[in-house]
Design a protein around this ligand. Structure first.
Ligand code: AMP
Length: 542
């Protein structure tokens, strides 16, 4: 016998309808490509989304057609997202920091029919346009600009297009399992592969990310997603924000620490989300500018391991609670979030901190396990000590990659993340490393993350990465690549001495390489593959 309750499909359009109906005047503030600010709200975002849906309606697209976006976090981009997915097309967000060849590969692979881009990317679009034969319309997300029209003769302008449209549009109702958006993996995990999210997976993911034990979002928040909308849909924040009706501050293209401090202080941001390199820049800038970030209550750090020193600085200097989260493109991305339980309140500060530094536990909707092999199904002990291949399953986890005919799952239906981790009995996850970043020295594993955490707590180092270098006797040995703080005179010997008594002697890196810059990829993560290519043979040379 079936239950007698209403059955409404979980559609992305219902999120923007909700935000408009109940939170119409809540501010959506946005920094434009030219640095100017736009003050909008959920009423205007929703109305413009409907106007742009009318524009798309004239393009004779078919349900499921891909509309690509190459844009920063701003209000026009947000409106276009709701218009695209709400109309039944697929919003394909693209990382503009990729090389032109990678961009054209991804756009052709996805069969994008329309490309929407920020003014910043006019040069890029001009360069790759001829390699995109399937694209029927190019839309610049801005007001009319004669210079841009000269560079790209057939270009359409977003503001001109929506200006002529009615704000009346009835969002179509369809199967919640239809595709809503497409993100390609960032390449941290190998060759870019498309992950095709559905309306259902997106709405369920939004419910989970708002919960008190995840990002704890509410209508009282003023949220700043620093994580770009092309990095796993800004971790779903544009959807969760509409679900709870909180304020949004969209930081545009300038993600340096000083610009972010300015936005947080001026617009009283309560909660912001980003990768560790972003927060490092913010902490440096806040200290230089003398800001105490008074409005910032919480910040979420994810995408890469959070250095312990960062949690402490946010807490002690800024009274800001840092929430460490783990996820990946394939997991929408929410896989685990670190919030403590009632039983942890009795712990002292040191034990609380050590628990908080791990990646947290899964919210309802996903399950985690660790196994002995990548494709294996022998589950390992949840004792907080045994490390194994981390696997995940749940409502918003990929089952197969875009345009792939093979399943991406193990025989018994789990997705192998490529991470090596421990789990404890409460499900608290600790990522030891990515399987390919682990260092195998004389048959023993060394975690690069653990060595990085120690180095990054050294006050004279600004940015660090540990990689495996080939060693004639031990196969691999860890080496530390480090960027010093400005004016620092610290020596390699001092850094290596800093490791003593913090870690087993044989795990201390063999060498320190000081560099001016550490390569960072499009989503703000350190490019270890590049570092391995540059320094992987350094121990053979000495
Ligand atoms: P991406 O799909 O590019 O976001 O990359 C996902 C990968 O980033 C994961 O498989 C992890 O290796 C890494 N990652 C994400 N969050 C964390 C975290 N909090 N700590 C350590 N590694 C992380």
């Amino acid at each position: 016998m079936k239950g007698n309750m209403m059955c409404q499909p979980l559609l992305i359009s219902s999120l923007i309808e909700h935000a408009e109906r109940y939170h119409a005047d809540t501010a959506v503030i946005s920094k434009n490509s030219d640095g100017t600010m736009t003050q909008s709200n959920w009423r205007e975002v929703a109305a413009n989304a409907r106007r742009f849906a009318n524009v798309l309606d004239h393009f004779q697209l078919t349900q499921g057609d891909r509309v690509a976006t190459l844009a920063w976090n701003n209000h026009r981009h947000l409106e276009s997202w709701y218009a695209i997915s709400g109309s039944g097309y697929v919003c394909h967000t693209i990382n503009p920091r990729l090389f032109p060849e990678q961009l054209t590969f991804i756009m052709n692979n996805a069969h994008d029919k329309v490309v929407i881009f920020d003014k910043t990317f006019v040069g890029l679009i001009s360069e790759i346009k001829s390699a995109l034969p399937r694209v029927e319309h190019f839309i610049c997300l801005d007001a009319y600009d004669a210079e841009i029209e000269k560079a790209l003769p057939d270009v359409l302008f977003y503001d001109l297009l929506i200006e002529k449209q009615s704000d009346q549009f009835i969002w179509p109702e369809f199967d919640e399992n239809l595709a809503s958006s497409l993100c390609y993996t960032s390449g941290t995990t190998g060759h870019p592969k498309g992950v095709l999210y559905s309306h259902r997976s997106t709405v369920l993911h939004s419910y989970a990310s708002c919960l008190p034990d995840t990002f704890n979002l509410s209508a009282k928040d003023n949220l700043m997603p620093v994580v770009p909308m092309f990095h796993v849909n800004a971790w779903g924040i544009p959807y969760s924000a509409a679900m709870v009706g909180c304020g949004l501050v969209l930081p545009g293209p300038m993600l340096d620490g000083a610009s972010l401090v300015e936005l947080i202080d001026r617009y009283k941001v309560t909660n912001a989300l980003g990768v560790p390199t972003i927060w490092q820049g913010l902490l440096n800038a806040a200290a230089n500018l003398g800001s105490t970030l008074p409005s910032l209550i919480r910040n979420v750090v994810g995408g890469a391991a959070c250095p312990p020193a960062m949690v402490l600085t946010f807490k002690e200097r800024y009274q800001c609670e840092t929430i460490h989260a783990w996820g990946m493109t394939e997991t929408s991305p929410l896989g685990a979030v670190n919030q403590l339980k009632a039983k942890h309140t009795v712990l002292d500060d040191t034990d609380k901190l050590s628990l908080r530094l791990a990646q947290g536990r899964p919210p309802f909707g996903v399950q985690l396990r660790i196994c002995d092999q990548e494709k294996g199904i022998n589950e390992l002990a949840r004792d907080g000590l045994t490390a194994g291949h981390l696997q995940i399953k749940g409502h918003w986890i990929v089952s197969h990659y875009f345009a792939a005919d093979q399943s991406a799952l193990t025989q018994d239906g789990w997705f192998d993340t490529g991470d090596i981790a421990t789990l404890d009995q409460d499900g608290y996850l600790k990522i030891c490393d990515r399987s390919k970043d682990l260092i195998k020295s004389g048959g023993e594993w060394i975690s690069s993350v653990e060595l990085e955490n120690i180095a990054s707590s050294h006050p004279e180092l600004e940015m660090v990465a540990v990689i495996a270098a080939i060693h004639p006797r031990w196969d691999e040995r860890p080496i530390l690549i480090a960027k010093k703080q400005a004016q620092s005179q610290v020596t390699a010997h001092e850094i290596l001495t800093y490791y003593v008594n913090k870690i087993a002697k044989w795990q201390i890196p063999d060498q320190v390489v000081f560099v001016d810059t550490i390569p960072v990829g499009g989503t703000g993560k350190i490019l270890k593959k590049e570092l391995r290519e540059m320094y992987g043979s350094i121990l053979l040379e000495s």
